[in-house]
Design a protein around this ligand. Structure first.
Ligand code: SF4
Ligand code: SF4
Ligand code: FES
Length: 240
């Protein structure tokens, strides 16, 4: 039977090559996975590398693989995920490991750029802020996917990214769909071309791992389906 006062934590140490190292730390009430990692770094081994910033689910920097599943760790309670009082912590999959629990996010953010994920203001923007009423249909459409925090959980969960490192992935495509629905944006011609290629929305196999694990309960699969429809319409009209 598990010792309820002790948490057994196996942590990946090293880079692409490395090994799991076991730690025993005190278990606490309301303890998060990030609390457990922080305890190890502060009290057991200060050389442990990991990443976090806000601790309140806003910055997206604390994601790791927890017992085989990608999660934000600052909002994940140990009680919810420990199996028999044990955690296994590894870096996110599908990204190069820098050290221990930190991964290099450059390719992830580059794909947001490749998907034309930056807002393009329309040339005739008025001096004042453009008003899009909160209850209007354009605003509702744009809102559906807008709360992404760039944590990389969906990207780590996506099998297509694992097979095809060129695939733009769920987060970049989700961002593109948000902008396709933004009535203030003027970049859709280039954006639809960017996401219509072999490594874009049509490579998605719709198996929904991204939706299953997104900590913000977003649905990148639905966003990608929207892009598939939008690119098909653009192709039929000769606009791709
Ligand atoms: S639905 Fe598409 S983007 Fe999401 S995990 Fe599956 S293949 Fe990847
Ligand atoms: S879509 Fe969800 S899982 Fe993917 S990066 Fe954004 S917040 Fe994270
Ligand atoms: S530390 Fe910012 S989301 Fe977890």
């Amino acid at each position: 039977m598990a010792n309820e006062a002790i948490l057994f934590v196996s942590v990946w140490r090293g880079a692409e090559r490395g090994r799991f190292v076991d730690y025993e730390i005190p278990r606490g009430g309301h303890q998060t996975v990030l609390d457990a990692v922080t305890h190890i770094q502060r009290h057991v081994d200060p050389t442990l590398a990991y990443r976090f910033a806000c601790r309140v689910g806003m910055c997206g920097s604390c994601a790791m693989t927890v017992n085989g599943v990608p999660r934000w760790t600052c909002r994940t309670r140990v009680d919810k995920v420990a199996k028999d009082g044990r955690l296994e912590l590894a870096p996110l999959k599908n990204l190069p490991v820098i050290k221990d629990l930190t991964v290099d996010m450059e390719s992830f953010f580059n794909k947001v750029r490749r998907a034309e994920g930056a807002f393009v203001p329309a040339g005739d923007t008025p001096g004042d802020f453009a008003a899009v009423p909160p209850a209007s249909r354009p605003r509702t459409l744009a809102d559906a996917a807008i709360e992404c925090i760039g944590c990389g959980v969906c990207y780590s969960a996506c099998d297509v990214v694992a097979w095809n490192r060129d695939y733009l992935g769920p987060a970049a495509l989700n961002r593109a769909w948000t902008l396709v629905n933004d009535v203030r944006d003027a970049g859709n011609a280039a954006r639809l071309r960017a996401v219509a290629g072999d490594a874009g929305c049509h490579a998605c196999h719709t198996h929904q791992s991204c939706r299953t694990w997104c900590p913000k309960s977003l649905n990148p699969t639905a966003s990608i389906a929207g892009l598939k429809r939008a690119t098909a319409r653009a192709a039929m009209r000769g606009r791709l």
